[in-house]
Write a protein that binds this ligand. Sequence first.
Ligand code: G
Ligand code: G
Ligand code: MN
Ligand code: NA
Length: 262
Amino acid sequence: HGLTTSLPTALDRGEFFIEYQPLVHLGDGSVRGAEALVRWLHPQHGVLSPDRFIPLAEHTGLIVPLGRWVLEQSVRQARAWRERHGGEEAVGSLRINVNLSPCQLTHPGLVQDTVDILERTGVEPDALCLEVTESALIGADDDLLKPLRRLAEMGVDIALDDFGTGYSNLANLRRLPVSVLKLDRSFTQSMQRFPADPVDLKIVEGIVALAHSLDLAVTVEGVETGAQAEQLRILGCDTAQGWYYARPGPPERLHELALVDA
Ligand code: G
Ligand code: G
Ligand code: MN
Ligand code: NA
């Protein structure tokens, strides 16, 4: 259809843009960083969400240059946040999370592209977190994990996205070069009811205990209410993301949020 023909040239036409959704520390409510979420401003269809075009970009191979563009823009944005208020702790240390598609993992340029972008922008590797879905790493062999290991050794954080939706082999976690688990939105949703389902509470408690015992931080997605945030904080989760704090928005928005919380 129409998207298939217009996607290949959309990058050159400058039709993609990035929104940022804050990542908030559950302990003190401070903004610690943001996840970059790409959108396509299509000349006929308006703003399209990634669900509409990422699968197509993966299928056509455009995901590699698009992913590289998202990474560079996001890291530049992180530098801008960090520079503009370098003296102020809250904004001076903001970190950036960027999603990686499975196709980017198998692309041989991933490590070098990332190194180049960090060098060009002067951003330290530990300001960057790359999110990879759990399903992309299911049954991953050493060849697939090697680039992620290299990045992790450099100090880049690797997060396991949508955790808990796949065929989680918890023992497998030990083998993966990840430092963050992003607990899928479905867990957060089950905290909506009060009292929450005791089995779900136990599951989240167990995941958090396991993650912490492996030195992994736990981020929860899809937090929509203060009650959920409080429940997840009590369960030991470290960081949260969701509409309760902010919807994905323009980069200036993050600035305001981080400064207000400082
Ligand atoms: O907020 P939103 O509807 O934009 O996100 C939908 C999905 O698109 C999420 O699963 C998110 O991981 C994915 N996504 C958003 N931005 C990117 C990106 O730059 N690259 C890849 N591979 N996926 C992305
Ligand atoms: O990378 P990932 O699949 O996790 O992308 C996050 C997705 O979740 C995006 O589509 C984003 O817009 C969406 N999202 C972010 N916060 C919330 C929330 O609080 N509730 C719901 N329902 N969706 C959210
Ligand atoms: Mn993500
Ligand atoms: Na996710």
